[in-house]
Design a protein around this ligand. Structure first.
Ligand code: ATP
Length: 387
């Protein structure tokens, strides 16, 4: 399939500092791709380079197979929606939504002519514009607000107007820079669903910057995790969460954070952590230790006698049907966090002694450089027993 957007080795410097350093990404038609990473890692800069609002110092941008690196923003046919909406305050929602299409179809008539003249000189174009505005307004349930000015609309309604304005252009791709971040939690969830529906209906290609990893997980076909101007991993939400490429991704994605412990590599290339034993693939690390990670939901709690590892409950946090259990385990510097859902919840109390265990295949092993290491399940002691 032809790539809708292709970024090759994009580099951008501000003064001496790299905002982007050799970023390459290919996005297919109809894909919803999120960009996540700590503040300042280069997400917005990358989006602006695709939109043409910022020029890269090095690298190329291709849009639908055409080299676009030096093409003017207005000729790129991508629509950028910002966090702050950027609506015209003196125009109605209807005219805000219509604006990009009007500029395209009516040119100067848009600016200087009253609608009556526009209708007289370009009736066909005006009809097309009106229909496109109504279609976009219906998709985002904006019909009742079309005559209102931005100042008379709520934040969520203004955000929807900004999205509708992008839709009417029928762009090759939507570039969304934290479009939901100014909204309250309830509205955010609501608009998130609307965005997902929009993606399905329009089969649109979307590049979406967000600080909210849950949002990225729920909406995206693939997620790009960035750090200091570089891509750390590109993958489906399941890959990013389940097989993080390195310690940074493992720590950045997931709340509460992954549990980590540095443990020595034993003879025969095995490591023991959190009550489980894993076998490294032969010949991998040339080091004395590895960092072992386990997600909180993979820590199992049982009665103390059934498990290899004893732990003491230090704190219990209840969040609706979820309980986070903070445990102290001998030999671990940091508390181990377990996440229990609904019916897994035993009667638990602070200071109680319990057993903790982890399925060996749930352990994630990271080498000295932080990269994810492969396990060799066939050499695991339990695998041999069951063979
Ligand atoms: P945030 O999540 O906080 O919005 P971001 O990941 O979108 O951050 P960018 O806005 O792309 O990060 O910025 C990347 C780096 O480039 C930052 O260190 C930022 O300070 C710097 N930067 C961005 N724009 C400019 C500019 N116009 N002039 C100088 N430095 C800039």
């Amino acid at each position: 399939m032809m790539a809708e957007l292709e970024l090759i080795d994009i580099t951008k410097l501000f003064g001496e500092q790299y905002a982007l350093n050799g970023v390459s990404v290919t996005i297919a038609a109809g894909e919803f791709v999120s960009l996540v990473g700590p503040s300042g890692c280069g997400k917005s800069t990358l989006l602006k380079i695709v939109a043409g609002l910022t020029a890269p110092d090095d690298g190329e941008v291709f849009i639908r197979g055409e080299r676009a690196t030096n093409v003017e923003p207005s000729s790129r046919n991508v629509a950028m929606v910002f966090q702050n909406y950027a609506l015209y305050p003196h125009l109605s929602a209807q005219r805000n939504i219509a604006m990009p299409l009007a500029m395209q179809k009516l040119g100067l008539l848009t600016r200087w002519s009253p609608r009556i003249l526009q209708r007289r000189f370009a009736p066909h174009a005006v009809r097309q514009i009106d229909e496109a505005v109504l279609r976009a307004a219906d998709m985002l349930r904006l019909r009742p607000y079309l005559d209102k000015k931005p100042g008379q609309l709520s934040g969520g309604q203004q955000q929807r107007v900004a999205l509708a304005r992008a839709i009417v252009r029928q762009p090759v791709a939507f570039l969304l820079d934290e479009p939901l971040s100014n909204l309250d939690a309830q509205l955010r969830v609501h608009l998130r669903a609307e965005l997902a529906a929009l993606h399905r209906t329009l089969e649109a290609t979307i590049l979406f910057v967000t600080h909210d990893q849950e949002e990225a997980m729920l909406l995206s076909d693939r997620i790009i995790v960035m750090r200091d101007g570089t891509v750390q991993q590109i993958g489906t939400p399941a890959q990013i969460y389940g097989q993080p490429a390195n310690l940074f991704v493992a720590g950045f994605i997931g709340a509460p954070q992954i549990n980590l412990a540095e443990v020595p590599i034993r003879q025969a290339g095995t490591v023991r952590a959190f009550g489980a034993e894993a076998v490294l693939e032969a010949g991998i690390p040339d080091a004395a230790s590895v960092t072992v990670g386990v997600r909180p939901e993979h820590v199992l709690i049982s009665a103390p006698d059934q498990s290899a590892e004893k732990a003491r409950i230090e704190r219990l946090e209840t969040n609706g049907p979820t309980i986070y259990v903070h445990l102290s385990v001998a030999g671990l510097q940091r508390p181990l966090v377990a996440r229990l859902e609904g019916d897994q919840q035993l009667p638990l109390a602070k200071h109680q002694i319990v057993g903790v265990s982890v399925r060996p295949d749930r352990l994630l092993l990271f080498g000295k450089s932080g990269r994810l290491l492969a396990q060799d399940p066939s050499r695991r002691p339990d695998a041999r027993r069951h063979a």
